[in-house]
Design a protein around this ligand. Structure first.
Ligand code: PMP
Length: 395
């Protein structure tokens, strides 16, 4: 059968991350590829208990259609959490529950980007966002970024000289893929610039609560006086991604548009998922749960970085993330991380080549490694094997 697809489909392709996750299914594979939480941290018994409560107390409600905005008791809890964790003074009416924060990315592009409009982002950045945005046929433009975040003078230069910049996409806390966090000074400088240009900013923050050292830094949204920042949050990394529950926090006039988009896309978030998460938060202590996750991932991060220091050739550098799930590795410039990956996969180790995190490719000497998902012995063994491959190739 020959069918003609819409023009936008030309730009769509499968995510390299999804492909890499398939590798993890190969028996014996040590995978640092996906951004998966540790499954042993999922509160299965507690969620079972929460589900029983929901179904016993309000089973028919949980199975029924409900509002597009989301389950009010959950929106209330999220509003409280936004203040406690991100210094964001908000109200439940400014929260829209989404099908994971990924849906917030798709909706953002749908709301702000016409074909040919420019979207700015850190370089590198989360490939899942590019894949979501691509359907709306924008132009992607990288803003040079260093260890402290987006470089304000570079951002300003681009804004002065580029037309049709309609959206800026950033991950200021424990960025995917680099693990880097923006400094407070950079956040302030960024907001000053944004306020001059009135451009909407998508602050994607699925990792903010997963800090393993240092003090948390106020979110961009907490400094937002003009209602330009749209904050995307998620339960995926602090509870479990399978429920597919995230949220958008935005100024009322902007949120209203997101609500219209959500209605058209899928009517509403899953009633039963929302009610179960909300009941979990009443029956159990989510903060205590996050603390357990932080301890485990913090230790795994330390172990991975220490082992890399021992096992990788000195020419290979990597970031020291203070939180999140990833470290970012740079090989000497002439090397190709995709080629190295082929050798690694032969030895049952996988990661994601970093070129995938740049929409225009390049930077093929980089890679992203996840430290949350593999057990301690696999982290050590996998890094040792990767070190062997690197030493052999670099000999
Ligand atoms: N944003 C970033 C930066 C991510 O890394 C991810 C997934 N790992 C998402 C959004 C999507 O997460 P979810 O839809 O599960 O909330």
């Amino acid at each position: 059968m020959r069918v003609q697809f819409a023009k936008r489909v030309d730009n769509m392709k499968g995510s390299e991350i999804r492909e890499a996750i398939k590798l993890t299914l190969k028996p014996g594979m040590i995978s640092f590829a996906g951004g998966l939480p540790a499954p042993e941290m999922f509160p299965v018994q507690e969620m079972k208990d929460a589900a029983n409560h929901v179904l016993d107390e309000a089973g028919a409600v949980a199975m029924q259609y409900a509002t597009t905005e989301g389950f009010d008791p959950l929106r209330e809890k999220i509003a409280v959490r936004m203040k406690a964790k991100y210094a964001i003074d908000t109200v439940p009416q400014q929260i829209l529950i989404t099908n994971g924060s990924q849906q917030g990315l798709d909706f953002s592009a749908k709301l702000f980007l016409d074909e040919g409009d420019v979207v700015l982002f850190e370089s590198p950045s989360y490939m899942g966002a590019f894949n979501a945005f691509k359907a709306y046929q924008p132009k992607f433009m990288e803003v040079p970024t260093d260890e402290d975040g987006m470089i304000p003078s570079e951002l300003e230069k681009i804004l002065e000289t580029t037309e049709r910049v309609k959206m800026i996409y950033v991950i200021p806390d424990f960025q995917n893929p680099t693990g880097r966090t923006w400094s407070l000074e950079r956040r302030k400088a960024f907001m000053e610039i944004i306020n001059k240009y009135d451009i909407p900013v998508i602050e994607d923050n699925p990792y903010g609560e997963l800090r393993y050292e240092g003090e948390s830094i106020p979110s961009l949204k907490s400094m937002d006086e003009k209602g330009l920042v749209i904050f995307l949050g998620s339960f995926s990394k602090i509870l479990a991604p399978g429920y597919r529950i995230g949220w958008i926090c935005a100024a009322p006039d902007i949120l209203q548009r997101y609500i219209f988009v959500k209605q058209g896309a899928d009517l509403q978030p899953s009633t039963v998922s929302q009610m179960e998460i909300s009941r979990f938060m009443e029956l159990y202590d989510l903060d205590a749960h996050v603390e357990k996750i932080r301890k485990l991932y913090g230790a795994r991060r330390r172990l991975m970085l220490d082992t890399m220091k021992q096992e990788f050739p000195a020419e290979v550098t990597f970031t020291y993330p203070k939180g999140g799930l990833f470290t970012w590795v740079e090989l000497p410039e002439h090397m190709d991380a995709r080629e190295v990956l082929k050798e690694c996969v032969e030895r049952n180790v996988a990661y994601i080549p970093g070129g995938a995190f740049y929409p225009q490719g390049s930077h093929e000497n980089t890679c992203r490694l996840n430290f949350s998902n593999m057990s301690e012995d696999k982290i050590v063994e996998g890094i040792k094997r990767m070190g062997e491959v690197l030493r052999e190739i670099m000999k």
